[in-house]
Design a protein. Structure first.
Length: 450
């Protein structure tokens, strides 16, 4: 939104609110505190769901103090609109795109493929890292056949994010480009990913390592290789802010972790931790590089969805080799089929929406720390913050059709589980004279809570 429409929208929305405050504030200062508090809180959140909660809290407080506040309907509606539009109205000028280089990994298919196409069409010089370069180069160029300028702005490099030499060669190719010399590196987008699913009890350690090599260590390897170039480009006089983007999953760190997804979710949550720590380190040292997470829900179509069945077969074979028999598939095969059926039933969010988000992220004056893509991704943190029993009841029921409530332990079962005698004698600790609660009592309390 350009400056003129922003100021016009602000004027229209502020007029009824300021009119009410000018008449109510002298008699009741709490009215001004209420309105300003809601607006200030709203600016802290980019997620519209959190801003909705802020508005609901503000309205609840207004109802509690109706005699003191009594805002008219028009003032309430104006405040609701300001809260909803706060991030858009407060945003500054967009970052320039023309000619600036963006390096994108995982461009063979899915989210990386569509991100590369969209950013090239938006004016960026895109270097697309592809695992199968020859086939992917032809596919990308064909997709831009209608736009010769965008086609000229997109080039590909061979990339295996699990190999140091491959990542170093891609970095050197970007550094040697004319576009980098002229405009610098504006962004690095980590889209490469693989999804191995299976039962944690039998899942081979080698598959855990393979999952982390791509989804976690591969991201770190790319980030460390390209960060010096991002920092140098952002530090130039007049240089735009850099972007370092990591792709997570679901609703981020607060998401519930479904059964059979231990390897995939562990790798993605590890990337979340790396991203959050790195972002603060760069902020503390004054670097003009923004580090962001993009957390997609069910996105269709992608390579992860299309190649999942083949990975399942290889996973069962690896489990059978590790155990010497087929017990893993016999015990968990039906559950994995149910998860596949659940995934196929989900309408999902079209992969083009991810490209929309990436274009907005690259252009934003100061991007969000996390972008939730799809309604399921936006709702996931709220489910993840529910009490454990309720959260797992929802996950197991919705995904695996097993609506079973894990009842709390009874006193008898708790004693049996923790091997606690019904009336265990208290023995004072020899090292602490101030302790009046036995260790067995602590264990009994924990058992009751669980």
């Amino acid at each position: 939104m350009s400056s003129a429409p922003k100021f016009a929208a602000l004027g229209v929305l502020l007029a009824p609110l300021l009119s009410w405050l000018s008449s109510a504030a002298p008699a009741s200062p709490s009215a001004a505190y209420w309105a300003l508090g809601a607006l200030l809180l709203a600016t802290l959140f980019h997620n519209p769901l959190w801003r909705l909660l802020v508005m609901a809290l503000a309205q609840a407080l207004a109802a509690d103090f109706a005699l003191a506040l009594a805002p008219p309907l028009l003032a309430r509606l104006a405040l609701c609109a300001l809260v909803a539009l706060a991030p858009h109205l407060l945003a500054g000028a967009p970052q320039p795109a023309a000619g600036h280089v963006v390096f994108v990994t995982g461009c063979d298919s899915g989210m990386g493929y569509h991100t590369a196409l969209r950013l090239a069409s938006a004016g960026y010089t895109v270097v697309a890292g592809c695992y199968m370069r020859e086939a992917s180069d032809a596919k990308l160029k064909d997709a831009l056949a209608h736009d010769e300028e965008a086609q000229a702005r997109l080039s590909t490099v061979a990339l295996d994010v699990t190999k140091d030499e491959s990542v170093d060669a891609a970095r050197d190719a970007v550094a040697a480009s004319a576009a980098y010399a002229a405009h610098g590196l504006a962004g690095v987008v980590n889209c490469a990913g693989v999804g191995h699913n299976g039962p944690a009890e039998y899942f081979p350690l080698a598959l855990y390592q393979k999952q982390f090599e791509v989804n976690c260590f591969g991201y770190i390897r790319v980030a460390q290789a390209f960060l010096p170039m991002l920092r140098a480009s952002a530090a130039k006089p007049g240089g735009r802010r850099g972007r370092l983007v990591f792709f997570g999953t679901g609703g981020g760190a607060c998401s519930p972790v479904p059964p059979l997804l231990s390897a995939y979710m562990a790798s993605k949550l590890a990337v979340e931790a790396f991203c959050h720590s790195l972002r603060q380190e760069l902020q503390l040292t004054g670097r003009r590089v923004d580090v962001c997470m993009v957390n997609p829900g069910f996105i269709k179509p992608t390579g992860l969805m299309a190649g999942g069945l083949a990975l399942h077969e290889s996973m069962w074979a690896a489990c059978a080799e590790a155990t010497g028999d087929g017990r893993a598939q016999a015990e968990y095969g039906a559950l994995l089929k149910q998860f596949v059926a659940f995934s196929e039933e989900q309408p999902g969010t079209n992969v083009s929406v991810v490209a929309d988000v990436m274009e907005g992220l690259m252009a934003a004056p100061r991007p969000r720390t996390s972008y939730k893509v799809g309604p399921d991704s936006g709702a996931a943190p709220f489910v993840g913050m529910l009490p454990t029993g309720l959260r797992e009841f929802i996950v197991k029921g919705s995904m695996y059709k097993q609506w079973q409530w894990q009842a709390p332990l009874s006193a008898a079962r708790a004693r049996q589980r923790w091997a606690i005698a019904p009336h265990a004698p208290h023995r004072p600790s020899p090292t602490s004279s101030s302790s009046h609660i036995s260790p067995n009592h602590h264990r009994r309390i924990v058992a009751y809570v669980l």
